[in-house]
Design a protein around this ligand. Sequence first.
Ligand code: CTP
Ligand code: MG
Length: 240
Amino acid sequence: MAQLTMKTIAIVPAAGTGERMGNNRKKPYLLLNERPLLYYTLTALASTPSIAQIIVAVAPGDEEFCQQQVLEKFHFKKNIQIIAGGSSRQESVSRLLERVPDEAHLVLVHDGARPLITSELLEQAIAETRVWKATVLAVPVKDTIKAANDALQIEKTISRERLWAIQTPQTFERSIIGEAHQRARQQGFIGTDDAALVERMGVQVKIVMGSYDNIKVTTPEDLIVAEALLKKRRNNRRDR
Ligand code: CTP
Ligand code: MG
């Protein structure tokens, strides 16, 4: 039974509208080298041996569209379930958590909008979470970060040495992420990522080194970068 209790379920918030992208089509269905963005994200998750099951939240009403345009058009190595998300990312994750089966040991949360994640990084995140119970992928911040007031006057420069740009996957023991979301809902707390809800409970979250390639596709220029990175990856595979 040991294997069953170590089961990892991946949940994928993909229910946003992609406002900052400024495109009519919702972000998960934008094409990158002729395939929908969400195809790449789901392919990486489905190709990761330690992930037992995948549940995706899409914009309410888009369930059938996603089923037809992504799940039925392409082959995925694992069963993927689609549910309706909520009006915020946190709400979408909450709804996804409700669908996670009881026997799951770890829950891995990965943004639909990060199509450049790799199986290697997903496996690392899962392995580290078996040790640390709560982990996030992150990379050292490259830019100098300053805090400014409303008049755009700089108030201080934050030492870069200890700053990390936080990515997904964020992986947690099921009970930890479940309780964190429950408490946040009760207390009306909205965080920008799942780790923030866990940190609030006083649970230590460990950083796992991510990759600068693992971008979140947010604004139009990110599409160009994502396409270029995906092409580079495809060419590297061909060269082997
Ligand atoms: N997300 C979600 N449910 C929401 C809002 C966002 O599941 N109500 C998901 C997005 O689909 C995305 C991830 O959370 O995969 C990260 O959000 P973001 O990059 O901000 O995507 P959008 O919210 O779609 O974009 P924008 O903020 O520009 O509208
Ligand atoms: Mg958003």
